[in-house]
Design a protein around this ligand. Sequence first.
Ligand code: AMP
Length: 283
Amino acid sequence: MIVVSEISELKKIVSNWKQKKEIIGFCPTMGTLHAGHMDLVKVSKEKTTKTIVSIFINPTQFNDPKDFETYPKNTETDLKLCEENGVDLVFLPSVGVMYPKSETPIQMSIPSLQSTLCGRTRPGHFEGVLQIVSKLFHLTEANFGFFGLKDYQQYRIIKALTDELNFPIQIVGVPTKREADGLAMSSRNLRLSLKDRETATLIPRMFQLAKKTILSGERNLSVWREILTDFLLTGMNVKIDYLEVVDPFTLQPLSELRGDVLLATAVFVGDVRLIDNEIITCP
Ligand code: AMP
């Protein structure tokens, strides 16, 4: 496995691969890798001949400086996991490498897809995501980009970016990998205390309750949301950032429970912010 930190080194290897007609798969991450990230790698290895993982905690996508400072780092274990899972190249740049002083800063956004969910409660977050992902797509020249559906809004926004601007890359969404008790795997789970880790299982259980309530015939969206909100708030130390029901394509709020709906939530358990979502089909 090759590990590089400089753009020039990355470009040299990518250019060599391109000459050899390799198909490049790219999985952008912020490190502290777990089995969820490795699912992206697995799908990439099935679809491509070379897999690149980037590990970069991107400062421009953190609207809360404390969240950026406390974001976990585990480079040594990350590299081991990548090696074990057959990653071909890890790109591990510093902030200075990705953001040399720019004379003309660019701000990117897709307003309609950013007006709800995390875009609404984390202003500036997706601007940072669009910026770093665009740069990394160009540097890796990837044919395929792999994104977890746990971050559904991110997946939708990146898909729209590449479709609308004709980026020569195909975006693939990978299903959410969960712990045995249903909690979506996340690097942030490491920051939960033992007690808060237990409380966090309210999130996957809330999705179970959501489906059960729909199956039992509930069709009133406000009543449904209230039942689910009350359930989450039974937890100690729980604060709901949002619990929204939106159209899975436009990400706009829905006024009725019909067809496929995206139920998405962001919840603070203690000071750790966890997100999860599910597309639920209302019969
Ligand atoms: P992150 O390191 O949290 O920025 O995530 C990097 C990529 O891994 C993103 O595309 C995430 O959606 C994806 N990812 C993170 N957690 C999971 C999970 N539990 N299941 C599937 N994909 C995930």
